[in-house]
Design a protein around this ligand. Structure first.
Ligand code: HEM
Length: 425
């Protein structure tokens, strides 16, 4: 029986990224959690768009009931730290600051996800040794031993399940479980609630009316953990590559900045959800970044029944693991001539309409498509708007070009740092 197949495009039933307790009767429960969380991700996305980009005070329009005033202030605080990058240093005599792009943007995305998933301030800009950062990085660090385990899990998923093989370092799981327990305890004892993922999961946990589908504390921790892990590194990777490409091409960078300024002028300089939706060129830049640098370069599926590929003499047998190489599809010249060229014009409405819809699948496809897609895109746009509005970016000569893609990273990343010069406008 064949074990593997590599496909150009494809969809089908799923294997999951989710890190869930093995013993869980997850089918029904999972559907419910997925439904609740994907709408929650969209609500958070809308709220995230309401960010004022001036100073770091709570906006007058803040919604006390959703506690968003506080959250907004926090998101803005994070953004301004990211965007200002120690503004004082940027004033004279320092005119240009050199930054490690990935380092800065992953702190930004981690703070946002930490706030939305756990309801906590990860403080990664202020606390150099924030445990969220430490354990987040540890999860993604792949040494040879963990790479072998990962390969083994891909080739023999059933055997690994039976043997209880885990890829997560145990201290990472322990940390997240402790954080979730602490937060749930605190909220329950103090009878306080907040409109975030954690609260939705706690509501499911406490919903005694639904047998079988209420959640245990471990399951809540697993869900929060998945959100955190699936959310921060993917978004940071996208923002890093976008800033790099825009730094290489000043005309493109100016075009995005012009759009930002024109749109924000209509919204009293506030980065609102509506303003972000109007940024059409920015959307094209995100799409092209996700095309050229898909953070998840491939996804897997397991075939659940024999399937004959139409017009081909190939049948995929039940049980076969199928690899869908997103990176390869996105670099296929048939769909994207000169695939190494960064060209947002590929994503005008007209040009998109000429391509197969599955020629662009950075978030996967089918029933297991990424549930944080809109959240990720919104986060990208809010971050980029805040940065490009205030700063000009160019590539620092210490960045080794052409960029090489790291063979070891779990989420697509450059081999080595991407250093950029940042200058206040
Ligand atoms: C640019 C940003 C992002 C990219 C490119 C991305 C990409 C992906 C991909 C390729 C998958 C697998 C889909 C499949 O197998 O068909 C996935 C799954 C997932 N993503 Fe994202 N993601 C991003 C941001 C986020 C964010 C911000 C969150 C959370 C807020 C998130 C939460 C998830 C979850 C929970 C899953 C597992 C879904 C399931 O198995 O049912 N992602 N993502």
């Amino acid at each position: 029986m064949p074990l593997f197949l590599f496909l150009g495009t494809g969809r089908g039933p799923a294997t999951s990224l989710a890190v869930l307790p093995k013993e869980t009767n997850w089918g029904h429960k999972e559907a419910r959690v997925r439904q609740v969380l994907s709408s929650a991700a969209d609500i958070e996305t809308k709220k995230m768009g309401t960010v004022s980009c001036s100073t770091c005070k709570i906006s007058p329009g803040a919604d006390a009931e959703t506690n968003w005033g506080h959250k907004e202030a926090r998101v803005r605080q994070v953004l301004s730290s990211a965007a200002d990058i120690e503004t004082k240093k940027m004033e004279k005599p320092y005119l240009v600051l050199v930054i490690s792009t990935k380092e800065i943007v992953s702190r930004f995305t981690m703070n946002i996800i930490g706030s939305c998933a756990f309801g906590l301030d990860c403080n990664t800009f202020i606390e150099e040794s924030s445990p969220f950062r430490k354990y987040g990085q540890k999860f993604f660090a792949l040494d040879k031993y963990r790479m072998m385990i990962r390969l083994f899990m891909l080739v023999f998923p059933n055997a690994c399940n039976k043997m209880g093989v885990m890829i997560r370092p145990p201290d990472v799981s322990d940390f997240f479980l402790k954080v979730v327990k602490g937060t749930v305890d605190y909220r329950e004892k103090n009878n306080c609630s907040r409109k975030d993922f954690m609260q939705l999961l706690m509501d499911i946990k406490n919903d005694k009316l639904r047998d079988n589908s209420s959640l245990t504390l471990e399951e809540i921790a697993a869900q929060c953990f998945v959100f955190f892990i699936a959310g921060f590194e993917t978004s940071a990777s996208t923002m890093t590559f976008a800033l790099y490409e825009l730094s290489r091409n000043q005309k493109m960078q100016d075009k995005v900045r012009r759009e930002i300024n024109t749109v924000l002028a209509k919204y009293e300089d506030r980065i609102t959800y509506e303003a972000i939706q109007e940024m059409v060129y920015m959307e094209m830049v995100v799409n092209e970044t996700l095309r050229k640098y898909p953070p998840a370069p491939q996804i897997t599926r397991q075939c659940v029944k024999d399937y004959k590929i139409p017009n081909e003499d190939v049948t995929i047998e039940k049980g076969t693991m199928v690899f869908i190489p997103i990176l390869a599809v996105h670099h296929d010249e048939e769909y994207y001539p000169e695939p190494e060229k960064f060209d947002p014009e590929r994503f005008t409405q007209e040009n998109k309409g000429k391509r197969h819809p599955y020629a662009h699948i950075p978030f996967g496809e089918g029933p297991r498509i990424c549930i944080g897609a809109r959240f990720g895109i919104m986060q990208f746009k809010v971050g980029l708007t805040s940065l490009l509005k205030n700063y000009k970016f160019t590539v620092n000569k210490t960045t080794i070009e052409p960029l090489k893609i790291s063979a070891q990273a779990s989420v697509l990343a450059a081999d080595g740092e991407i250093w950029l010069n940042v200058k206040k406008i």
